[in-house]
Write a protein that binds this ligand. Structure first.
Ligand SMILES: NC(=O)c1ccc[n+]([C@@H]2O[C@H](COP(=O)([O-])OP(=O)(O)OC[C@H]3O[C@@H](n4cnc5c(N)ncnc54)[C@H](OP(=O)(O)O)[C@@H]3O)[C@@H](O)[C@H]2O)c1
Length: 329
């Protein structure tokens, strides 16, 4: 098997565990034997469990000797709750290592250098890995990676003038939102959304719940009623966004989704803590109603807040546009 195909398998292994590994990264690893056949695939286990390389080496067994490892992130080089993966690869007799991303975490980086110094042929592939992007961003920023999600009509309204706001998008888009929630560490909403929509903030399939459920977080000073779904399911409440981000970071969250509403979304953008935006756009018009943002962001075109589109996907008859925040000069 060629390295690109093996990286594809490692990429899929990363994707499969996204949401279950924080504060650790969702890494995927593939071991090829000396003939280039796949003999082990692994992904990061939940915190405290083995890293991807160790899982893949375990699956490969003795045939790993003289083989190749293809990993989505540079093998770690430190003694945390588990031993260094760089040493595990060396001890297993791996002769070649390909990794897609460098480890930005100072205490864990250096795995590639260690392997090279030990005579292992080591290559940096410099390939983006979807499941690792939030973790890489969070590690650089020292706070959770924040994705702001909203659903709106073509003309940017998230609710009608009579106050009704559910549901703007169709079944396919909503199913996608639930799958996305199942890969996040936490979902945040403001008290306004809790009081008007009584959301559960769970990640649901057609028949039940996804195995991984994000933490449910509310921001604001108003009380969440005892009779609400959130009160029954359990949630955390914070007075403001910085307090929430700091507490979530300290307790292991790296990848969070702000699901609104318009006041919280506007505050998060103003604070400059939004790294990515997901706009679910329905092919519908209202002409008037509640905007996706409560407050204006800028008053002149020169200072308009712009984003870099990273993907556009059709979900039923709706469209999901994913964007990264564009840095102002
Ligand atoms: N289309 C969509 O994507 C979407 C998504 C979610 C909600 N919605 C709709 O939005 C409507 C609710 O709108 P909303 O603007 O009232 O909801 P919201 O943004 O969920 O809640 C607003 C409240 O959140 C708290 N808050 C917001 N920013 C804060 C900050 N920086 N610091 C501290 N607290 C902050 C405040 O709570 P306190 O007043 O308690 O202090 C504020 O009153 C509903 O109709 C809902 O259906 C639409």
């Amino acid at each position: 098997m060629d390295i690109a195909h093996a990286l594809d398998l490692a990429h899929q292994a990363s994707d499969a565990v996204r949401g279950t590994t924080s504060p650790n990264p969702a890494v995927g690893a593939v071991i090829l034997d000396a003939d280039g056949d796949v003999i082990g695939i692994g992904a990061t286990a939940p915190p405290g469990g083995p890293h991807a390389e160790v899982v893949a080496l375990h699956a490969a067994g003795a045939r790993a000797h003289g083989g190749t490892a293809v990993v989505t992130l540079e093998p770690c080089n430190h003694y945390g709750r588990t031993g260094p993966c760089s040493k595990a690869l060396l001890d297993a007799g791996i002769r070649q290592v390909f990794y897609a991303n460098a480890d930005p975490f100072p205490s864990a980086a250096g795995g590639a250098e260690f392997l090279r110094a030990a005579g292992v042929d080591t290559h940096f592939l410099d390939q983006p890995i979807r499941a690792l992007q939030p973790w890489l961003s969070a590690t650089r920023l020292g706070r959770p990676h924040v994705t702001l999600k909203f659903a709106s009509t073509l003309d940017g309204f998230s609710g009608a003038t009579d106050g009704t706001s559910q549901w703007i998008t169709g079944d396919t888009a909503r199913a996608y939102v639930h799958e996305d929630r199942s890969k996040r560490d936490a979902i945040i909403v403001g008290t306004g959304t809790v009081l008007s929509d009584n959301p559960s903030l769970t990640a649901r399939t057609d028949t039940g719940l996804y195995e991984h459920q994000p933490r449910r977080v509310v921001i604001g000073s108003r009380e969440v009623p005892d009779s609400s779904h959130l009160a029954q399911l359990g949630y955390e409440q914070y007075a403001g966004i910085p307090e929430a981000l700091s507490a979530l970071w300290d307790t292991g969250c790296r990848d969070i989704l702000i699901e609104g509403g318009p006041a919280l979304a506007a505050s998060a953008l103003r604070l400059g803590v939004v790294d990515q935006v997901q706009a679910y756009i329905a092919p519908a018009l209202l002409g008037a109603g509640k905007s996706v943002l409560t407050w204006p962001q800028e008053t002149t075109m020169d200072e308009i807040m712009r984003f870099e589109t990273t993907s556009v996907r059709q979900l039923g008859s709706d469209v999901l546009i994913e964007m990264m925040m564009r840095k102002k000069h």
